[in-house]
Design a protein around this ligand. Sequence first.
Ligand SMILES: [Zn+2]
Length: 206
Amino acid sequence: MILGLDYSITASLLVMLLIPLYIYRKKFIQKFNKKPDINSFVKDITIYLKTNYPKFIFDFTIINKYSNEANFKTQQMLIIEDLIKQFIREEFVFSTQKIVEKKHLWLTYEENSRLKKDNKLPADWIQRKTEALKRDKNKCNRCEHNVIKNNSYALLVKQMKDGGGFNFENIVILCNDCNRIIKSNYNEKIYHDLHIMDSLLNKIHK
Ligand SMILES: [Zn+2]
């Protein structure tokens, strides 16, 4: 029996299609059989939080609380909300900060460090914030999240009303979220407005 040319071409094409399917069969099976895996979600967010908020100790044992939740997305949401509420609840203790080496100070530094009568910030406040950021290696003092000038806040450890001046020992650097948390007086209701919330929502497994 002589097979026709059409048959040979069809058979060759079929074989060519089946070869990659055979080689990557495990990947295909994984793709179409993918079951929701809470452990891999937990692993992702644990790595993310430990890397991006290294000073903050999250209690990951709370994950067990939501183990009976049938809906995978809801389960992930509940875990995220719990972790963020932990992040909000932790009260920050304002403490005296490190000094800045004398070589980085400027002529009017001492004079401008003193409180002004009008309770306004000194003219060189931005310069002070920049130096304080360098001193703290661009990290938030509460959570050690990486910050830049535009997404960080410089706060006074001892308030002006209590006689606190603008010297570096009295300037503390905070990230956007930590500043917001402290200003809200650790109100858990603000969790939806935090950047950490957006970042964790992006980690949700579909
Ligand atoms: Zn922070």
